[in-house]
Design a protein. Structure first.
Length: 761
C-alpha cells in the first residue's frame, strides 16, 4: 500500500524525522514500523550489483552478479540503446536481491588520465557523459529500481578526495563539470543524487547549498533525495540546511541527536528537516512498490556483457594483421590471457557469476591452430628477464603473437591516482622484445583509462584497447581478433603522447589541500585542439575492418533561431567488404564570440550499422545548448548572432564534411555596462553604443588632443602609440578623468547618467 507522504510526515516525531535522515546500517535507511515505513536497501553497482549479505558490512564478499564492462568501456560503445539494456539488466539483478537503489552511474569528467577512478567515469566530454548516464538511468528505472547519480560535483581525482578543495570558476563549472549531471537529472530523473567528498570553492559538497538546493533542486527540478557519499558528511546540521537529505552509512546516534538539538535550539528550521523527510519517503515508497525476488537470467546477462565488451573494444592501430587469417601457430603472451583483468578495485568490485578466460575463448575460435602460452610478466611491478626471453622464443616460433597486457590493480584503482601513464617496466620491455622478434604482434590492452605507448607502438602490428572488459570480455576479444566481430568502439578520451602534454598536468592533483582547475574549459580534446598539441590517438578515434564514406552533409535551415534549433543530416556509406558500425560525430564551431570558446565541441552523435555498399542517412537534432555557452556575467547560458560551422567527423581529428549556418539569437539580455566598462565595452553593447554615440566624438577628440594626436590618426606622433586602440581598452570613467577640468559635471556623474539611460532603455 502506498504511503500518504503528507500524513506520514505529520505523524512523525522529531526523533523519527532525524533518524530517517541517517542510515540505519551500511546499506539501509531507518524504518519506522509504527507508520508502515519500510527500510530502503541500497548497494554499489555502476557496472554490476555489489550486494553484501550483511547490511552492516562495507567490504564483505558480495552475492554473485554479472560484472559488466566498466563505465569507460560502456561509453566507448557510443551505443545508448545498448547501455539502456545494461541498465535494465542491472535492475533485474537488483530486484532479485531486494535492492531499491543502485549507487551509480558516475558522470564526473576525466579531467586527467591519472585519476585512479577513471574506469568508473564515461568521458572527457560532458555531452557524451550525459548521454550515457541518461541511457543507463532510464534503463534501470524502467524496471522500478532507482539510481544514484554521482559524485556531485567536481570529484575528478582520488588524491585527498575527502578534503581537497576544487577551485573551479563559474563558467568552467557550468560548461564542463555540471552538464552531464544536468542532462541526467532533467531527462532521466534519477531517484537520488550522491554528493561528492571534496570541497567545491571552499565548501564541502555535502554542505553546498548552491549546488544541492539552488542548482540541483530549484533550477533543475530534482525531486528525489540527495544522499552523501559514504562518510562525506562533516557537519550534519550544515548539510541538512544545505540540501543533503540522507547521510550514509549508519547508524550514527550522535548525528541524529545533533539534528534534534539543532531544531530545539533554533539552529535548524524544522521545515528543512521536513523537506528532507518528504524526499526520502517518496523514494522509499517508490522502491517498496516494486516486487522483489524474481530470479534473473544469468546466461542472458552474460551474453549481454559480452556484447557490450565487444562493442567497447577500440581498434587503435592495424597494419593489416587483423582480423587473423587462419594462423597455424599462435603465441599467446601475457598473464592476463589466463588471469583476466576485467574490473577495477574499490566499491564497484563485483563477485562475477562466471569469468571467461581469454585463452580458452581464443582456443574455441582458433580451429586447428596451435596455441602456446607464455606468462610474460609477473603480477606485480617486479621485472623478470627470463619471462621475456621465454615469450620471445615462443613468438619467433609462431605465425602471430598476441600480447595480453593489463595494468596491475596496484596502479589503477579507486582510492589513489596513477603516478604516470606508463605500463610497467616489465610490460614495456616485453612488448618491445616480442614485437622485434615477431612483426605480426598484436597488443591487447586492459586499462580503465589512457596509457602512453611511444616506446613500443611503432613495432606493434595492431593494438586493441579492451578496457576493464567485464566477466565476458575474454570472448569479446577473441571475436574481434578472428573477425567474428567487426570492432566499432571509439575513444571517449584522448590518448596523449606524453603525460606532460595533458591539460591539467601543471595543476593535478594540487597541493596544500587545494587543486585549481587552471585549464578552465579546456579539458581533453578542447585543449589539444586549441593548443594544436599532437596526440597519440584523438577523442572519438577507432578503426574498423571496413571503411566508411561521408557525403551530403546538410542542415534543415541555413539561417535559424536559437530557440528552434536545427536538424543535421549526413549520408554514410560502407565502402568496404564487410558489415560494420560507424559512429558519426557532430561537432560545432563558433566563428566569433565575446568569450573564448574551444575550436569545436561535440554536440551530437549516432551509431549506424551498415552492410557492404549500404548507405544510410543519419539525422541529429541540435538544440539551443548546442550553440550556447555559459556567460558568468549573466550567470546563464547565452547565444549570440553569428555563423557556426557544423562538422561531421569520424573522430575529433578526422572531420569528413563541414557546412556553415547562421544563428539568430532570440535572447534579450540586460546590459553588463558599469563604471569600469571600457570605451570598447560601450561600443560593443547595442544600447550603450546608441547612447554614447552622440558624445563619443567629443570625448575621444578631447582625449586625442591631450595626447598629441588627432582623431583618426593611426598613431600619435607625440607618444608613439595607437591612441584609438589605447582608448578602446580604457574605462570611460578614466578617459573622462583626464578631461575633468573641461567637463560640465564630474566624470562619475556623467558615467552614472549614461548608465541610467542604459538601464532605462
Amino acid at each position: 500500500m502506498s504511503l500518504d507522504i503528507a500524513a506520514t510526515v505529520a505523524q512523525m516525531t522529531l526523533e523519527e524525522k532525524a533518524a530517517l535522515c541517517t542510515g540505519a546500517s551500511s546499506w539501509t535507511t531507518t524504518p519506522i514500523d509504527r507508520l508502515g515505513v519500510p527500510a530502503l536497501l541500497v548497494t554499489d553497482g555502476p557496472h554490476g550489483i555489489r550486494r553484501v549479505p550483511d547490511t552492516g558490512s562495507l567490504g564483505a564478499t558480495a552475492l554473485p552478479a554479472t560484472c559488466f564492462p566498466t563505465a569507460s568501456a560502456m561509453a566507448a560503445t557510443w551505443n545508448v540503446d545498448l547501455i539502456h539494456a545494461v541498465g535494465q539488466a542491472l535492475a533485474e539483478e537488483a530486484n532479485s536481491m531486494g535492492i531499491g537503489v543502485v549507487l551509480g552511474p558516475g558522470v564526473n569528467m576525466k579531467r586527467s588520465p591519472r585519476c585512479g577512478r577513471n574506469f568508473e567515469y564515461y568521458a572527457e566530454d560532458p555531452y557524451l557523459a550525459g548521454e550515457m548516464a541518461v541511457a543507463l538511468i532510464n534503463g534501470v528505472q524502467s524496471k522500478g529500481v532507482g539510481t544514484s547519480l554521482k559524485h556531485y560535483a567536481a570529484n575528478n581525482q582520488e588524491t585527498r578526495r575527502f578534503t581537497i578543495n576544487a577551485v573551479v570558476d563559474e563558467r568552467t563549472l557550468h560548461e564542463i563539470y555540471l552538464p552531464a549531471f544536468e542532462a541526467a537529472v532533467k531527462r532521466a530523473r534519477p531517484w537520488t543524487v550522491m554528493c561528492s567528498y571534496n570541497k567545491i570553492n571552499g565548501t564541502y559538497g555535502s554542505e553546498h547549498r548552491q549546488l544541492l538546493t539552488e542548482i540541483l533542486k530549484q533550477d533543475w527540478g530534482f525531486e528525489g533525495f540527495v544522499v552523501s557519499d559514504w562518510g562525506a558528511v562533516r557537519d550534519r546540521v550544515k548539510a541538512l540546511a544545505g540540501g543533503l537529505d540522507l547521510e550514509m552509512p549508519g547508524p550514527k546516534p550522535s548525528r541524529v541527536q545533533a539534528v534534534i538539538d539543532a531544531v530545539h535550539n533554533g539552529e535548524l528550521d524544522e521545515a528543512a528537516l521536513d523537506e528532507a523527510v518528504r524526499r526520502i519517503l517518496r523514494i522509499v515508497d517508490k522502491a517498496a512498490a516494486t516486487p522483489k525476488g524474481a530470479e534473473f537470467d544469468v546466461d542472458a546477462h552474460h551474453a549481454l556483457a559480452r556484447r557490450v565488451a565487444a562493442e567497447a573494444i577500440v581498434l587503435l592501430k592495424n597494419d593489416g594483421v587483423l582480423p587473423l587469417q587462419q594462423p597455424q601457430r599462435i603465441a599467446v603472451i601475457g598473464r592476463s590471457a589466463k588471469e583476466p583483468h576485467f574490473q577495477g578495485g574499490g566499491s564497484s568490485h563485483i563477485n562475477p557469476t562466471r569469468v571467461d578466460s581469454p585463452f580458452d575463448e581464443l582456443q574455441k575460435l582458433a580451429g586447428d591452430a596451435q596455441l602456446t602460452y607464455s606468462e610474460g610478466y609477473p603480477a606485480g611491478l617486479e621485472t623478470d628477464q627470463a619471462l621475456i626471453d621465454a615469450a620471445v622464443q615462443a613468438a619467433k616460433a609462431a605465425d602471430v603473437a598476441l600480447l595480453y597486457i593489463a595494468l596491475p590493480g596496484s596502479i589503477e584503482s579507486e582510492g589513489y591516482d596513477r603516478d604516470n601513464l606508463d605500463l610497467t617496466e616489465q610490460q614495456v620491455a616485453l612488448i618491445k622484445a616480442v614485437c622485434a622478434a615477431q612483426p605480426h604482434s598484436v597488443v591487447i590492452l586492459n586499462s580503465g583509462s589512457a596509457v602512453v605507448m611511444n616506446e613500443w607502438i611503432d613495432g606493434a602490428a595492431a593494438v586493441l584497447q579492451a578496457w576493464m572488459m567485464g566477466q565476458a570480455g575474454g570472448g569479446a576479444i577473441a571475436g574481434v581478433l578472428f573477425g567474428a566481430v567487426n570492432p566499432s568502439g571509439k575513444l571517449t578520451e584522448t590518448f596523449p603522447l606524453r603525460l606532460v602534454d595533458t591539460p591539467s598536468h601543471l595543476s593535478f592533483p594540487g597541493g596544500h589541500g587545494e587543486v585549481r582547475y587552471g585549464e578552465d574549459i579546456f579539458i581533453g580534446y578542447r585543449y589539444y585542439d586549441a593548443r594544436e598539441v599532437p596526440v597519440l590517438f584523438p577523442f572519438g578515434h577507432g578503426l574498423s575492418y571496413t571503411q566508411f564514406a561521408y557525403s551530403n552533409l546538410r542542415a534543415s535551415a541555413t539561417t535559424f533561431k536559437d530557440a528552434d534549433g536545427l536538424t543535421v543530416s549526413v549520408d554514410v556509406t560502407n565502402t568496404g567488404a564487410v558489415a560494420g558500425q560507424e559512429i558519426v560525430q557532430i561537432y560545432v564551431h563558433d566563428h566569433a564570440a565575446e568569450l573564448v570558446r574551444p575550436p569545436k565541441e561535440l554536440k551530437g552523435f549516432a551509431k549506424v550499422a551498415l552492410q557492404p555498399g549500404e548507405t544510410k542517412t543519419v539525422q541529429i537534432a541540435l538544440d539551443f545548448r548546442a550553440f550556447a555557452y555559459y556567460h558568468p556575467g549573466y550567470h546563464r547560458w547565452i547565444t549570440e548572432d553569428g555563423d557556426f560551422d557544423i562538422l561531421a567527423g569520424a573522430s575529433a581529428s578526422d572531420i569528413r564534411d563541414k557546412i556553415t549556418v547562421t544563428l539568430q539569437s532570440t535572447l534579450e539580455l540586460p546590459s553588463l555596462l558599469n563604471r569600469e566598462s571600457t570605451l570598447g565595452d560601450w561600443m560593443a553593447d547595442p544600447t550603450g553604443r546608441t547612447i554614447i554615440e552622440p558624445v563619443r566624438q567629443e570625448i575621444v577628440g578631447g582625449m586625442m588632443r591631450r595626447m598629441g594626436g588627432g582623431e583618426g590618426d593611426e598613431e600619435s606622433g607625440a607618444i608613439g602609440m595607437d591612441v584609438l586602440g589605447f582608448l578602446r581598452e580604457t574605462p570611460l570613467l578614466s578617459i573622462l578623468h583626464f578631461q575633468e577640468g573641461a567637463l560640465p559635471q564630474s566624470p562619475e556623474e556623467i558615467v552614472d547618467g549614461l548608465l541610467a539611460q542604459v538601464q532605462g532603455g
